[in-house]
Write a protein that binds this ligand. Structure first.
Ligand code: ZN
Ligand code: ZN
Length: 371
C-alpha cells in the first residue's frame, strides 16, 4: 500500500466486524453447507436478500439518495432504507456523504476511497481506519430534511441486525428448528452480507483500475461490463463519473444495468418520477472530446519516437483522424447551437464513427513500439 496510516487510527469496531463477517463467510458458512446442504427456503431467502440489499444500495443509497437522479415515493424509500441497512454499509446519510466526497475529490486526498492510495485502500482499507481529521458531514443538508432518511440514520444498526441477521434465523427456525436458524444466520445473513459488500467494494477498487474510459480520462473511473454483471449495472463507472446525475449508469441500450431497468419499471408503476437523463448529444460530445484527448496523447508519443519513417506514417494517420474528429465535433456543436433537432440515426452514426476512430487509435498504440 502506498499510503501509510498509523496504528492508532485503526477503527477496531469496523475491523473486527469485517474480519468476523469474512471468516464466518469463508469458513463457517461452507462447513455448514457441506454438513447440512441447502434447502429450498435457504436458497430462496438468500436470493431475495441478496437482490433486495444489492438493489437497495445501487438504486436507493446510490442513484436516489446520493445523486438525486430521480424522485421516489415512500414505499421505494422505505424498502431501500430498510434493506440498504441490511447490507451493513452504514446509514444512507453516512454512505451518501462519503460517496458525494468521492465524486467531488476523485483520486485526491479528500476522496475517502482514493484509488491512488492503493487497490486495497480503495476496496476496503478505508473502512478499517478512522479519517484524521474526521470529515464534516456538510454535504448532505438536503438529506437531513428527509424524515425517513433521518429515521434510518438513527436506527440503522438495529434494522441491520434485526432484519438482516435475526429475521432470517427466525424464519429458518420455524422451518427446520435450531439447524435451520443457524443456516438462516450463516447463509442468508452473514454469507449474503459478505457477497453484497464485496461487490460494492469492487466498484471503488476494480472500477477505478480495470476497464475502458470512453467518456473521460480526467479521473481513474472505468467502464467494466463484467463488474456491471456483479453490481446491478454499476460497473459503467466511467460514464457515471462523467454524468453522475443520470439515472442510468449503463447508458447504451445494450448495457446490462438492472438498476436502470428497475427505476424505469417503477416509473411506469408511478412509484418513482422525474428520471434524469443526459441529452444524447452531450454524451456524444464527451466521447468525441475524449477521443481527441486520446489522439493528442498519441501525438506526443509519436513526436518523441526515434524512427522517422514510422513517425511520418503515424502522424499522417493521426492528422486524418484528428481532422475528422474536429469536423464531427463542430458539426454536432453547431447543430445544437442552432437548435437543429438531431435525429437518432445521425447521433448513432457519429457515435459509431467515433467508436471506430477510438478503436483505430487503440490499434495504433499497440502497433507503435516504445522507444
Ligand atoms: Zn468512483
Ligand atoms: Zn456515484
Amino acid at each position: 500500500m502506498k499510503f501509510n496510516v498509523s496504528f492508532e487510527r485503526v477503527d477496531w469496531i469496523n475491523t473486527i466486524f469485517l474480519l468476523m463477517i469474512s471468516l464466518i463467510a469463508v469458513i463457517a458458512a461452507p462447513i455448514y453447507i457441506v454438513m447440512n446442504g441447502l434447502n429450498g427456503l435457504q436458497i430462496g431467502l438468500f436470493t431475495f436478500y441478496a437482490l433486495a440489499t444489492g438493489i437497495s444500495i445501487t438504486l436507493g443509497y446510490h442513484r436516489l439518495f446520493s445523486h438525486l437522479s430521480f424522485k421516489a415515493k415512500w414505499p421505494v424509500k422505505l424498502f431501500t432504507l430498510v434493506f440498504g441497512a441490511c447490507a451493513f454499509e452504514n446509514s444512507a446519510l453516512n454512505w451518501c456523504s462519503d460517496h458525494r466526497r468521492h465524486h467531488k475529490h476523485t483520486d485526491h486526498d479528500d476522496d475517502p476511497y482514493d484509488i491512488s492510495k492503493g487497490f486495497f485502500w480503495a476496496h476496503m482499507g478505508w473502512i478499517l481506519f478512522k479519517m484524521n481529521p474526521k470529515p464534516p458531514m456538510d454535504n448532505v443538508a438536503d438529506l437531513r430534511k428527509d424524515q425517513m432518511v433521518m429515521w434510518q440514520y438513527r436506527w440503522d444498526k438495529a434494522i441491520a441486525v434485526l432484519v438482516g441477521l435475526v429475521l432470517p434465523a427466525v424464519i429458518g427456525y420455524f422451518h427446520s428448528g435450531a439447524m435451520g436458524a443457524l443456516g438462516g444466520f450463516l447463509i442468508v445473513g452473514v454469507l449474503r452480507v459478505f457477497v453484497v459488500q464485496q461487490c460494492t467494494f469492487f466498484i471503488n477498487s476494480l472500477c477505478h483500475t480495470i476497464g475502458a474510459q470512453p467518456y473521460s480520462t480526467r479521473c481513474s473511473a472505468r467502464d467494466s461490463a463484467i463488474m456491471a454483471l456483479l453490481t446491478f449495472g454499476e460497473g459503467y463507472h466511467n460514464y457515471h463519473h462523467e454524468f453522475q446525475h443520470d439515472y442510468r449508469n449503463g447508458v447504451k441500450p445494450w448495457n446490462f444495468d438492472p438498476t436502470k431497468w428497475s427505476i424505469w419499471v417503477l416509473s411506469k408503476l408511478g412509484l418513482v418520477s422525474d428520471l434524469r437523463r443526459v441529452a444524447e448529444h452531450k454524451i456524444l460530445l464527451a466521447q468525441m472530446d475524449e477521443a481527441r484527448r486520446k489522439a493528442d496523447a498519441m501525438r506526443e508519443e509519436i513526436v518523441a519516437h526515434e524512427d522517422p519513417a514510422l513517425r511520418e506514417r503515424a502522424s499522417a494517420i493521426l492528422d486524418g483522424l484528428t481532422k475528422q474528429l474536429s469536423e464531427n465535433y463542430h458539426e454536432v456543436e453547431q447543430a445544437v447551437a442552432n437548435k437543429v433537432e438531431l435525429s437518432k440515426k445521425a447521433l448513432r452514426n457519429w457515435s459509431s464513427e467515433t467508436r471506430i476512430m477510438v478503436n483505430q487509435l487503440g490499434k495504433m498504440s499497440r502497433l507503435i513500439p516504445n522507444n
